[in-house]
Design a protein. Structure first.
Length: 293
């Protein structure tokens, strides 16, 4: 591309149809839209529905209705992650060929028991930035024969990234450029804080982290605008982008809206649901005001 031609910024709003959108999603969608307008860029909508058990067509329809009510528009066709499992499988196969993934057989209950047994002896089990215990290294230590034997017995398994091996491949310090409401500037990424992250679930042929980096690259996303709850996940995204040779977008993590008790809004928080607010007779302008815009 000639040096004087700057690619158009590309933003995306990427909700999961596993519940109704709330005011916080409204803030995210409006910010993406407004920043695209301000920069002369494009704004895409992506439906992140890899969780086939929790995502429903009804919630998806509600997303379209809420966004249309907010006066937001998006390009067609929209990308629905459930239609692109092959793209995530290809990325997983690439990491496999690099020797960076392993089948993970421990159930949630087994992990819990291992952690509890360890902590009973007065030791602290390391937690990730979201507070969940890191995955024990038991499966990473298994021999190829042992893995094969367990898989041929049909034992359910996920696929996880071997974080230690992955970090050994990264030669330069990882960071990202941040313009949001938390710390800004060049932010050092610390993917190791997440341990052996899941890349393909036992009940879904991908994971949030894997599909989000694959799609951001495939869709040419230049600006990721999302809530501060995903700030630390960016460390993992930068690692996967580096391992998979994908470009890095700029990141803008915006403030989270809290409920009256100071808790983060959740999809079950009825009174701040966009549909509920619409049915109460509020307007799109009211939503902007309530979201502090
Ligand atoms: N699908 C994610 C969510 O609904 C957002 C992913 C992202 O913006 O990176 O929380």
């Amino acid at each position: 591309m000639p040096a004087n031609v700057h690619p158009k910024p590309v933003f995306r709003f990427a909700p999961s149809p596993n519940g109704l959108l709330h005011l916080g999603h409204g803030l995210s969608a409006i910010l993406n839209h407004d920043m695209a307008v301000e920069t002369g860029g494009r704004c895409l909508l992506r439906i992140e529905d890899i969780d086939l058990t929790r995502c429903t067509p009804e919630y998806e329809q509600a997303i379209f209705e809420d966004l249309a009510w907010l006066g937001l528009t998006w390009e067609e066709p929209i990308r629905k992650q459930s239609q692109h499992f092959d793209a995530y499988a290809a990325a997983l196969a690439r990491l496999d060929a690099m020797g960076l993934i392993y089948p993970a057989f421990l159930t949630r209950g087994e992990v819990k028991a291992i952690v509890a047994a360890h902590e009973k002896t007065g030791n602290i089990w390391p937690r990730d930035p979201d507070g969940s215990p890191l995955y024990p290294d038991r499966d990473a230590q298994r021999s190829a024969e042992e893995r094969q034997a367990l898989m041929s017995q049909g034992i359910r398994h996920a696929w996880r990234l071997d974080m230690k091996k992955a970090m050994q491949l990264v030669k330069t310090p990882l960071n990202w450029q941040e313009t949001g409401d938390g710390a800004r500037g060049t932010i050092p990424a610390d993917p190791a804080a997440w341990g052996d992250i899941i890349l393909s679930r036992s009940d879904a042929p991908s994971s949030y982290h894997l599909s989000v980096v694959v799609d951001d690259a495939l869709q040419g996303i230049t600006h990721v605008v999302r809530g501060l709850d995903l700030y630390h996940a960016t460390s993992v995204h930068r690692l996967l982008q580096t391992l998979l040779d994908l470009p890095q977008p700029l990141y803008h993590h915006h403030r989270l809206l809290l409920d009256q008790d100071g808790k983060k809004l959740s999809k079950s928080s009825g009174s701040t649901g966009l549909k509920h607010l619409r049915e109460q007779g509020l307007s799109a302008a009211d939503i902007r005001r309530l979201a502090g815009l």
